[in-house]
Design a protein around this ligand. Structure first.
Ligand code: F3S
Length: 65
């Protein structure tokens, strides 16, 4: 599984990196960024879904890769 953040949608709410700092981080302006190219390690799929469902802007996309 892979996650990505749509920079057009992200408004910097920060829930993604607050909830799942292993998968997301923030840039200098507080906008979300993925870590490790967005690859979700085994066992962290649930955390990825939690982050995606908590983003108020629905800016987090998940894909099966
Ligand atoms: Fe951006 Fe959503 Fe995270 S708005 S900072 S991707 S919670």
């Amino acid at each position: 599984m892979k996650v990505r953040i749509d920079p057009e949608r992200c408004q910097g709410h920060g829930r993604c990196y607050d909830l799942t700092p292993g998968l997301f981080t923030e840039d200098d302006e507080g906008y979300g960024q993925v870590v490790r190219d967005g690859v979700v390690p085994p066992g962290e799929e649930r955390a990825a879904r939690l982050a995606a469902s908590n983003c108020p802007e629905r800016a987090i996309d998940m894909s099966e890769e």
